[in-house]
Design a protein around this ligand. Structure first.
Ligand SMILES: [Zn+2]
Length: 208
């Protein structure tokens, strides 16, 4: 049976309660609230997303759209300026250009690009991880970093920097914070779940 929009909103709201650090749950909740014309509530969900993940540039665009729907023009301009700079710094061209268009339509100037040198070598690989710093200008991995099918997906969709961030930083935090013992099957499954979430592979709940 198909879920109604209200059901899906309730489902994602529950996800944000169960897992308050999950930025993608807040992001999807915000999108669904927008779809339901609940722009005031969507603003709250997007602000929370940005508190957890301040580099998630697409969120600024949606937040500004909601603020405009609420006739909060000055807030929207502030959001767009900050969002434009964030997207520009990260090389997120699609949200950056969309926010540039929104600023223009509001009669505002588009911020100057600092034209900084990228840290990456500009490998031209497009990383699908929503939080990727390099976006469309990333460097890909040369071989799958894991033996099973997730390794194939990672090499196709995830850049070297994101993978290294997981390997050298996040995976260690996950193991320590969740006290995982990877010799246990259940703990290995939790580790895989955290990995998928980090990479943005987490599936939406069943019925979506
Ligand atoms: Zn990446």
């Amino acid at each position: 049976m198909a879920m109604t929009l209200d059901d899906r909103i309730a489902q994602f709201r529950q996800m944000t309660i169960d897992d308050p650090e999950n930025e993608l749950a807040y992001f999807r909740l915000g999108q669904l609230l927008m779809e339901a014309d609940q722009h005031g509530e969507a603003i709250g969900a997007f602000r929370k997303t940005l508190m957890i993940a301040p580099q998630f540039s697409k969120v600024f665009q949606l937040l500004a759209e909601c603020e405009l729907k609420q006739d909060r023009r000055d807030d929207a301009v502030r959001t767009l300026l900050e969002g434009y700079r964030t997207a520009d710094a990260r090389g997120d061209r699609v949200p950056r250009d969309a926010m540039g268009e929104m600023l223009k339509s509001l009669g505002e100037a588009i911020p100057e690009s600092p034209k900084k040198e990228r840290k990456g070598t500009g490998g031209g690989f497009s990383c699908k991880r929503p939080m990727c710093y390099y976006g469309d200008d990333a460097v890909g991995l040369t071989t799958p970093p894991l033996p099973d099918e997730i390794g194939q997906r990672i090499v196709a969709e995830i850049c070297m920097d994101c993978w290294n961030e997981w390997l050298k930083d996040m995976s260690i935090k996950v193991i320590n914070e969740l006290r995982l013992d990877l010799s246990l099957e259940a703990h290995q499954q939790e580790y895989d779940k955290q990995l998928r979430r980090f990479l943005g592979f987490e599936e939406t709940p069943a019925g979506d």
